[in-house]
Write a protein that binds this ligand. Structure first.
Ligand code: SF4
Length: 294
């Protein structure tokens, strides 16, 4: 096959020969008609080369397209497989915890809860520090295997400086009694250490500042089991926006610690219909607590 460059040169040489008297560089003499025939042959040959080259380009493009399509289908299949696997994890264990993003507190550097409390009790990191009556740290056994986490101090807690006092606290004591435990055998703390005015929900920036303290408390106590009391506590610990109903009735994990979600005692006071569900949750907590501590 004549290359495009060679054919082009030959055509030009033949045309020049045709114009100038038909003597070519090698001394070959041919007539004008033969020059014209040769020129046409070379033009046809050059066109064939171009068509063949286009065909080859098209083949390559088609091959690349097929390869891309295959890769795309493979990637989609892989991502579907991963997504299926993740939703399987989520349906059995709840959202996989890869690190709490609320607050950036490091694991506790303090050896004891008393030391930790002394370090943070004057905190003014968020506006609630200016409006609190008392800082509400936590209560119970510093080596408890079971830890309860609520949302924030209310009016009575703010006055007394202890979590879960007043009617909600009395109900929590009854719940503990139902699973044969007392307040001094477990540990109880809140996400926030200061009372939000009017018992409103904690603001995201308040949680962001205060959550590291709870994280440090958990690191010091090292519970084997955590029970979240209410939606806000569970959402913060599990780093999710799921409603309470979607978090109950399944096991979750906070940094490897099994976690169960139930109603906040204040919600039980507002709606006694929730008590049955809470009782069922606590039976599961009791069974797991016994299994982990026996
Ligand atoms: S709520 Fe927490 S972050 Fe805000 S002032 Fe009180 S202890 Fe500090």
């Amino acid at each position: 096959m004549v290359s495009d460059g060679d054919a082009g040169d030959a055509i030009e040489m033949l045309r020049r020969a045709s114009r100038t008297g038909t003597q070519l560089s090698g001394g070959l003499i041919i007539d004008r008609e033969r020059v014209s025939e040769l020129t046409n042959d070379l033009i046809v040959s050059q066109r064939n080369n171009i068509e063949s080259s286009k065909g080859s380009d098209n083949e390559s493009a088609r091959a690349e397209g097929v390869a891309e399509k295959n890769m795309s289908e493979q990637t989609t299949a892989e991502s579907k497989r991963e997504s299926k696997h993740e939703s399987k994890i989520e349906s059995t264990l709840g959202p996989e915890i890869t690190g709490i993003q609320i607050g950036s507190g490091q694991a506790a550097q303090c050896a004891s809860l008393d030391e930790h409390r002394a370090q943070i009790c004057e905190c003014q990191k968020c506006p609630l520090g200016a409006t609190r009556t008392k800082f509400v740290y936590g209560v119970g056994s510093p080596t408890a295997d079971l830890m309860f986490v609520g949302e924030a101090p209310g009016k009575n807690e703010d006055l007394q400086g202890e979590p879960f006092v007043g009617r909600g606290g009395q109900l929590l004591d009854k719940i503990l009694g139902a699973i044969k435990l007392t307040r001094s055998e477990v540990y109880i703390a809140n996400i926030l250490k200061c009372r939000p005015p009017g018992n409103r929900d904690p603001q995201p920036e308040e949680m962001e500042h205060c959550f590291p303290y709870l994280k440090e408390q958990i690191a010091i106590v090292k519970p084997k089991l955590i029970c979240s009391l209410g939606r806000i506590s569970a959402q913060a610990l599990l780093q999710t926006k799921l409603p309470l109903g979607k978090m109950r009735n399944q096991w979750h994990f906070y940094q490897g610690i099994p976690l169960r979600v139930t109603y906040h005692p204040a919600a039980l006071l507002r709606n006694p219909n929730f008590k049955r569900g809470c009782w069922e949750d606590m039976q599961v907590v009791e069974a797991e607590y016994k299994r982990l501590t026996s």
